[in-house]
Ligand binder design. Sequence first.
Ligand SMILES: Nc1ncnc2c1ncn2[C@@H]1O[C@H](COP(=O)(O)OP(=O)(O)OP(=O)(O)O)[C@@H](O)[C@H]1O
Length: 240
Amino acid sequence: MLRTDALTKAYGGGPGTVHALRGLSVVIPAGTFTAVMGPSGSGKSTFLHCAAGLDRPTSGSVLLGGVDLAGLSEARLTELRRDRIGFVFQSYNLVSSLTVWQNVGLPLRLAGRRIDQEWAREVLAHVGLAERLAHRPAELSGGQRQRVAIARTLVARPEVIFADEPTGALDTESGRDVLGLLRTAVDTYRQTIVMVTHDPVAAAHADRVLFLADGRLADTLDAPSAEQVAAWLGGLGSRC
Ligand SMILES: Nc1ncnc2c1ncn2[C@@H]1O[C@H](COP(=O)(O)OP(=O)(O)OP(=O)(O)O)[C@@H](O)[C@H]1O
């Protein structure tokens, strides 16, 4: 489980201080898919970075499986990110000189961890790339590259995968494939996923949507439909 308590993040100081998060408390149960939405500047990326241990909050706590990230040294935090957290970004961050198979195994190799070959093959079959293991990223479509990136995170069995606009660079069809894949990773492997997105269709794949506004949790929506999400965002827009 991932939990934040009264999370705040302020950038700068004095009169020009930007309060990106203003006391954000959320609970994200293990094995669920959560989408984080809200207008530009509402604090989505800041939340993601603090929750994933990429950035330190100004106050409040982030608990990942009972560990308070605030209490960790930089070295321990780096270790925790490497061993227990997965990331999927809009840009796939694959190594162009390596094959699909090598890319997928790279983080574990760098961490000095054993690669469970059977599991890696299952994951690569799950993402539909079993026939592409010897290909390099340049030989793959954008959707396929993102599926390699997802396989790379799943192979490491992280406690949480943080996805930041994972379909932002993809056409509609590839985007739908990638979202379907994230959904089945939750349903099949009980993977926990937290995804920042601007797209109501993407958010509709989640179990729950957290709506942020002005650094606060403005609302939540369970079993969301794209129409409900769009309507909520539209309503917020008119209130701003
Ligand atoms: N490094 C920084 N220094 C100063 N202000 C920052 C910094 N990072 C973010 N901010 C500010 O914090 C607020 C929240 O930004 P954040 O990027 O978290 O929003 P967001 O909801 O992810 O926006 P978007 O949808 O546009 O990506 C914004 O006002 C932003 O300008």
